[in-house]
Each structure stands twice: as structure tokens, then as C-alpha cells.
Design a protein around this ligand. Sequence first.
Ligand code: 13P
Ligand code: SF4
Length: 326
Amino acid sequence: MNHSVAGKEELQELRKDFVILSHNYQIPEIQDAADFVGDSLGLCRAAAKVDKPYILFCGVDFMAESAAMLNPDKTVVVPDFNARCPMAAMLPAKKLREAKEKHPDAAVVLYINTLAEARAEADILCTSANAVTIVNSIEEDKILFGPDKNLAWHVSRYTDKEIIPVPYYGHCRTHVFIKKEHVLEAKKKYPEAEVLIHPECYPEVQLLADYICSTEQMIKRAKESDAREFIIGTEVGLLHRLKKENPGKKFYAVLDKAICITMKKNTWDKFILALKEKKNVVKVDPVIAEKAREALDRMLETSSSKPPLGPVPVKLGEDIEGTERH
Ligand code: 13P
Ligand code: SF4
């Protein structure tokens, strides 16, 4: 751990006007220093309750944009502007507008991993924690869903609605590193372990899970489950909290190389510098922000009246030919 750039007292002084929010994939030092650590849904909820003038947001671009949209009167600072989610860049607003023209009768549900301009075209947003609940809460039977085609596949198995992925190739570069063979290998090595998989993984990987979970739902499941060992199919940053909050249990990453390099652009040095300089301020065009916020607010409202399902037990089906589960 590199604490040379700021001692404990200096850190206390530097952070006094800040609420520090961190995603579950941030480096352990940042998670430990944060006021709140969580998944995309938890971070939005926490951002909506900030009571200080500054937010230091440690995650990636689309998350920091959500915090800025929810706090137009506050200053949102990030450690590194280059922490950008490649999936969010896969759905530019123009592409979404074209899809809307092709499917004028479809509602638009966007994964929160999108940028403000695309969000401004959406009816409602969702996260990996509440995607199924959000889709099932809307009236239309036809849904344009983007940008993650793997999350779209997960949702399509828990709804009767027609899900049209937009674009058809949207994916997370980190989660698609995790292959079916990696999970099968881990299951062979740890036969007693419960398997928790993120819905950004490929369908054939999801089918090997016991539960499909957002990162925070993995934390919840690990606490509640009677299992003593867990195979974790997501970015390895989550292992820090899993181990810290469950000292008696064992956690194995499906793939040690499942590292989101963009999340890891936020180093401890840049974190301290951001507190000191307050320079990397997140700005969203106010007109776009206002429209995009409607879709974000709708998600938050729906999520309070209809709580997410929680860890979703995997549904076995015939829709992936030749997929072995065990
Ligand atoms: P959650 O933490 O919301 O499950 O999202 C994972 C992710 O990849 C965020 O970019
Ligand atoms: Fe984007 Fe995937 Fe990294 Fe999440 S883990 S920020 S979806 S690239």
C-alpha cells in the first residue's frame, strides 16, 4: 500500500469536504478509504444522498456522470478522466436513434453502462442488479435493450417480452475473458463451492452458475449462503470485499486475469491528487443531463417500489445447445 503521498491525518484533512464513492472493482486502498463502496445501483442511491459540496467518484465515466446528473449543485471529481468503460462507448446516441426509427413501437431500456447522450434517448435505465425487474415493470412488449448483449440474454430468460439487443455486439471486455472452460476447471478443483456469475459473462458461462448476481448481490449471497467456498465470476477487485467481510469463507476467482484495466486507472496517487487539486471535474451538458436524468430517476423510483430480485438462481434451459452444467 502506498501511503507515502498522504498520511492518515493529512487524508482526514483533505477529505473533509468530500463524500468518497467507490465501485467494488477499485483497488483495495481506495475501497478502504471510501465512504461508500458498492455496485452501480448502490452507487446511484448513495450519490443521491450526498451532503457535502464535493464527490470524489472512483469508478468509470458513466458512473461519475450519474453522480454528476444527480448532483447538479455539487462538484464531482474523478482521479483519472481516462477511466472510461469501453462498453459504454459501444452505444453512441446516433446508433440508438437509428434503432428507435427501425422499432418505433419498442420501449428503450438502457443498461446504466451508457453515456449521457444515449441515456437521453432512453425511457428507463437499469443495472445488473435490477435489469429483470425493470424490464418486467414496463408496459411495452417489445424492448430495445443495450448495450450489453449478455445482460440482454440474461433478461430475456426471465421475461416474456421481446428483447432486441442494440448494438448486437455490445459486451464487457473484462467479463468476456471468462470462458466456460475456466468455470468448469474451477468447479472441478473446488467441487463444494457455490458458483456466482455476473450477467456480463457469456451465456454459456452464466449457465454454469448457481446464482446470477450484480457485484453487490455477490456480497449479499456470500454472507447469506451456508456454503463455505465460492467461485466468483466477475472482475477480481470484488474479492477484496468478499474476503474482508467473510473471514471464515473462501473465495476463488474464476479467472485471475479478469481485470478491468480502465477501473484500475484510478491509482492511490491519483486519488490523493484529486482530493488535493479538485481538478478533474465531471461536466455533462445541462440540456442532455436533464433528459438523461429522467431515465435515471425512473429507474431509481421503480427500484424503490419494486426491489430487485436479489441473487437470481440460474434457470436451466435448452436455449444453449450442448452446454454442460456440471
Ligand atoms: P455492478 O457492480 O453494478 O454489478 O456492475 C459491474 C460492472 O461491470 C460495472 O461496470
Ligand atoms: Fe466496463 Fe466491463 Fe470495466 Fe465494467 S468491468 S467498467 S463493464 S469494461
